[in-house]
Design a protein around this ligand. Structure first.
Ligand code: SAM
Length: 276
């Protein structure tokens, strides 16, 4: 069954004896156009390997399977995991479900031998940023089409100079081109979420840049005090790269009194490259 209306979704939830859990971000998709649009943006084709976080009642999962994708999914909710387990039996070999937390299994159980994969997901909003950070430390997908909380989507595509520009904007945009998002109405979900939603599409850059863990930690630390000048933040930091970066600022055109959000993506990458 592929529920695509509030009444069908309610009936299915009742038959499972399940009430949507707010803390797990259980706002199920009930709009066929959004499902189609997600697959279209990701250009899902037969044989593609696709990761889905939080299959829930399987609306997106079924569409992916019907398109011929090989789906790896991670579901934390035990009841929904059981339900999706039935789908796993019907699509033998095409769906691999991991019953667990996406923060423990950021790429599900995609085998090491798979070099190219896509991510299509209506994410549980509470974990989107830590999960995304974990993905960026692993094998990168070629594309990601993600339903996100609007504010998170704004941070992922924010440019320097804006309030939303922060460490996650830098880490994502160093590796992916982020296309302008599509706002999605609350009526496309059951139950309606309390926050706005955006469908965002990200495409891996030809040569993605991945920050080292030292660089990531320093950038995160710097943005925790985003109102301060970057030179004083680097001077006060005890992190291994802080002194090198302090001595590099001027050489790469960053004013000592610049604030972290004024430093461009390219300048962050130049700072972090070991040769600088
Ligand atoms: N994909 C379904 C859809 O579009 O209708 C459901 C999406 S719903 C927004 C988020 C799903 O993620 C729920 O099924 C929820 O149980 C699951 N979930 C929440 N937190 C999770 C986590 N940490 N790891 C894996 N799944 C999680």
């Amino acid at each position: 069954m592929n529920p695509l209306s509030p009444s069908e979704t309610r009936r299915l939830l009742e038959s499972l004896g399940h009430r949507p859990k707010k803390q797990l971000g259980q706002n199920f998709l009930i709009d066929g156009n959004i499902v189609r649009k997600s697959l279209e943006l990701a250009k899902v084709q037969k044989g593609d390997v696709v990761l889905e976080i939080g299959p829930g009642l399987g609306t997106l999962t079924h569409a992916l399977l019907q398109a011929g994708a090989k789906v790896y999914a991670v579901e934390k909710d035990p009841t929904l995991g059981e339900y999706i387990g039935e789908t796993e039996k019907n699509f033998a070999g095409q769906l691999t479900l991991t019953k667990g937390d996406a923060l423990d299994y950021p790429l599900g159980e995609i085998p090491e031998s798979v070099s190219s994969y896509k991510i299509v997901a209506n994410l549980p909003y509470a974990i989107s940023t830590p999960w995304m950070a974990a993905v960026l430390e692993r094998r990168l997908p070629s594309v990601m089409t993600l339903m996100l909380q609007k504010e998170a989507a704004q941070r992922y595509c924010a440019k320097h100079g804006s309030k939303q520009f922060g460490s996650i904007s830098i880490f994502i945009q160093a590796a992916f081109n982020v296309l302008p998002g599509h706002d999605v109405s609350g009526s496309c979900f059951y139950p309606k979420p309390d926050v706005g939603s955006t469908l965002l599409h990200l495409k891996a850059k030809p040569t993605p840049y991945i920050f080292s863990s030292d660089a990531r930690e320093l950038i995160r630390e710097i943005f925790q005090q985003r109102r301060k000048q970057i030179s004083s933040l680097l001077r006060q930091s005890k992190r291994p790269l802080s002194e090198i970066w302090l001595n590099t600022l001027e050489k790469i055109g960053i004013e000592n009194n610049a604030r972290p959000e004024q430093v461009t993506l390219d300048q962050w990458i130049t700072l972090a490259k070991p040769s600088s």
